[in-house]
Design a protein around this ligand. Structure first.
Ligand SMILES: Nc1ncnc2c1ncn2[C@@H]1O[C@H](COP(=O)(O)OP(=O)(O)OP(=O)(O)O)[C@@H](O)[C@H]1O
Ligand SMILES: [Mg+2]
Length: 258
């Protein structure tokens, strides 16, 4: 699924299984990160002093019970919302103390998001859903869109509307949309949560491929089996990092089962 744009980023033709080495992108360094929602008695500490390092080119998986702060972590890392305290650097950009109004450019230039429920625009076709992101951000070109949709196996569904696509196909459109800006870091919040096993594995395979092209990938999941494909597994509880495991030999998605 190699996808190159003109200018800016070098070609990435490498893969973990051989060939030229990919340019590794998208690391992060978080220190004492905190985020509280609400105030007074209703205050919820969603992130409570999070320290975390992600190396460039890593595929990381975040596990943890409901309400433990996983989505909040993703949102803060991706510049969807600011932290209240602590420091963070993502993809080489220091976001410490950055105001919400100054996070838009960071999101546009560095991150892609994939959500559990795809969030496609129902009145736009597969191609148009991806084109809109390219146009809104000024990153990626029309000519890339078809190639990207082909690379996620949807070359024959370009002009279908979301309602005419299966769940797995919709999620692959969402993935193409996230990749059209050529992000350093792909953030995925339970990307397989709404999918059956075989469809989910097809999406995970694409996430692994995009990681092997050198992009950082951080994925939240409730599925502990998926952690086998990660370089780093982050366990969260009550807004804190409970433990982090490194995995020297991540499994190929084909060998992951649940
Ligand atoms: N916008 C918000 N306003 C108020 N509280 C919030 C908001 N977003 C999250 N929270 C609270 O912050 C805590 C962490 O939420 P978060 O969504 O990060 O959890 P999560 O680990 O992603 O859970 P799940 O697995 O259910 O998706 C929860 O207690 C939640 O209720
Ligand atoms: Mg969540």
């Amino acid at each position: 699924m190699t996808h190159t744009r003109t200018g800016g980023v070098p070609d990435r033709t490498g893969s973990a299984s051989g060939g030229a080495r990919a340019v590794l992108r998208g690391g992060a360094r978080l220190r004492g990160l905190s985020k509280t929602y609400g105030s007074g008695e209703a205050a919820v500490s969603a992130l409570d002093g999070v320290d975390l390092d992600l190396e460039a080119g890593e595929l990381a998986v975040v596990l943890g019970p409901s309400g433990s702060g996983k989505t909040t972590l993703l949102n803060v890392l991706g510049g969807i919302e600011p932290a209240d305290g602590g420091s963070l650097e993502v993809a080489g950009v220091d976001l410490t103390g950055r105001r919400p109004s100054r996070l838009a450019g960071f999101r546009r230039d560095h991150v892609g998001f994939v959500f559990q429920f795809f969030n496609l625009v129902p009145t736009l076709t597969a191609r148009e859903n991806v084109e809109v992101m390219a146009e809104l951000t000024g990153r990626g070109a029309r000519s890339d869109v078809t190639g990207l949709l082909e690379s996620v196996g949807l070359g024959d569904r370009l002009d279908h509307f979301p309602a005419q696509l299966s769940g797995g196909q919709q999620q692959r459109v969402a993935l193409a949309r996230a990749l059209v800006t050529d992000p350093d870091l792909l953030l995925a919040d339970e990307p397989t949560g709404a999918l059956d096993v075989s469809t989910g594995k097809a999406v995970l395979r694409l996430l692994q491929e995009t990681n092997r092209e050198g992009r950082g990938v951080l994925m939240v999941t409730h599925n502990a089996a998926v952690a086998r494909m990660a370089h780093r597994v982050v366990h969260m509880r009550d807004g804190r990092i409970e433990s982090v495991e490194r995995n020297a030999r991540p499994a190929d998605v084909r060998d992951v089962d649940w």
